[in-house]
Unconditional design. Structure first.
Length: 151
């Protein structure tokens, strides 16, 4: 959608699985997973963009999170003369699951380089911290490189 702010993409995403998942008590594979997410991407001119995701899934089955909140910003590569590139930073908070994980916090930074009209490579770095029942609060860094094809 084109607005006075710039181009925006707004989506409702739904998903559902078979009933091959353990129930919330961790017994018997007889529960389905279902989730819905509201996704908002908005450009503010040609250089800056922002995103917001709000997700919810049922917890009849064993799930590590029931609610997802995430958001962040990205900057177009037009600043350095490569309009198909971009860099971004995001933050996510996941909670209310029915496992020993109370909540998780995830920070992310990435840089995307267009290789040509079809292919792009993204270097992604994430910091994850879980708050687990008891005194365990593991955290750590994850790095990855992914290649995508758009056609």
């Amino acid at each position: 959608m084109e607005t006075s702010l710039g181009e925006g993409n707004y989506r409702i995403i739904g998903s559902m699985t078979s009933d091959d998942f353990l129930n919330a008590a961790g017994e018997g594979k007889n529960k389905k997973l279902a989730a819905a997410t509201l996704s908002f991407d908005q450009q503010f001119g040609e250089t800056i963009g922002a995103f917001l995701r709000l997700g919810y899934q049922e917890d009849d089955a064993v799930v590590t999170w029931k609610k997802l909140y995430s958001g962040g910003f990205n900057i177009s590569g037009g600043i350095w003369g490569r309009t198909q590139d971009n860099i971004g930073i995001g933050l996510a908070y996941l909670n209310d699951g029915n496992t020993e994980i109370d909540h998780s916090l995830v920070g992310e930074a990435y840089v995307r380089f267009a290789l040509n009209e079809m292919f792009a490579a993204t270097a992604d770095f994430q910091y994850l911290k879980d708050d687990i029942s008891g005194d365990q609060n593991p955290d750590g860094w994850v790095g990855s490189i992914r290649v995508t094809a758009e056609f």
